[in-house]
Design a protein around this ligand. Structure first.
Ligand SMILES: O=C(O)CCC(=O)C(=O)O
Length: 256
């Protein structure tokens, strides 16, 4: 673990209190370079063979920018190792307080000018797990701020339970809060600007969202790493039924 005992205790206390934690420079320049090289390799060599459920483009004809890659760890040994045996893994264990099991790694892009907003949501609502013990890490791969759509959190929202969600039109984020923003969200919003290598981590019930990318020139690339506790049981039947329906809806809507 890259943190000493006192640092680790402070990070865990902040995370438990706020529902998120920010770790500037979590990935050093050399590791970030290695990650970016592997991402380029993945896009060149593996993406062309992926099913349409694991790669989303901004337009259906696949002619323009990649918007999202899903389950990178299942498709490639480099990303599998990064998830399952690394400082990310050990940080997840510290914050969840247990060993982790099921995992998913994603790549999120908001291409310049066209990257859409991320609807407000709670990740645990998507996961369909019991008990709801899990977290998402969000690693900035480039400078992120208000202009290109940084992540925003509602501080302390993880302590207030699940909120109602409904279907959205956003490819990759099919569920959004229907009661957003409430008074707490308005009072407790934090804007998470980030530099390449900075890591944000949020709890399963933390309300978060992001604006679209209004920059003319700057993309907004990031990695998302989901860790669940080893005792969280996934409702595989409900997950599969939802994914099947979602895929069918997206195909009918011409989005994938
Ligand atoms: O990248 C984004 O805009 C949001 C990512 C997100 O919602 C997540 O990682 O849970």
């Amino acid at each position: 673990m890259i943190f000493d005992e006192n640092e680790a205790a402070q990070i865990k206390a902040n995370y438990d209190r706020d529902g998120y934690v920010r770790l500037p420079g979590f990935l050093d320049a050399e590791s970030l370079k290695e990650l970016l090289e592997n991402l380029d390799r993945f896009i060149a060599e593996i993406v062309p063979g992926l099913p349409n459920s694991d790669v989303y483009y901004e337009s259906k004809d696949r002619s323009n920018a990649i918007r999202q890659l899903i389950r990178l760890n299942r498709h490639d040994a480099f990303f599998d190792r990064m998830m399952s045996d690394s400082d990310f893994t050990r940080l997840a264990e510290l914050l969840i307080g247990r060993k982790t099991a099921s995992r998913n790694m994603q790549f999120f892009n908001k291409p310049a000018k066209i990257g859409a907003p991320t609807p407000p949501h709670q990740d645990g609502h998507y996961w369909m797990i019991e008990p709801c013990e899990g977290l998402t890490m969000w690693l900035a791969l480039e400078e992120v701020d208000e202009e290109n759509g940084c992540v925003r959190y509602s501080t302390g929202s993880h302590l207030k339970g699940f909120r109602p969600h409904g279907r959205t039109d956003t490819l990759g984020f099919s569920q959004g809060l229907t009661d957003f923003p409430n008074e707490d969200d308005k009072a407790n919003e934090v804007v998470m600007r980030a530099k390449p290598g900075d890591l944000l981590v949020h709890e399963a019930k933390t309300v978060h969202w992001a604006d679209g990318n209004t920059s003319e020139t700057r993309d907004r690339k990031a990695m998302g790493l989901v860790y669940l506790s080893d005792r969280a049981r996934e409702n595989k039947e409900a997950q599969a039924a939802y994914q099947k329906k979602l895929k069918a809806d997206l195909e009918v809507a011409g989005k994938i």
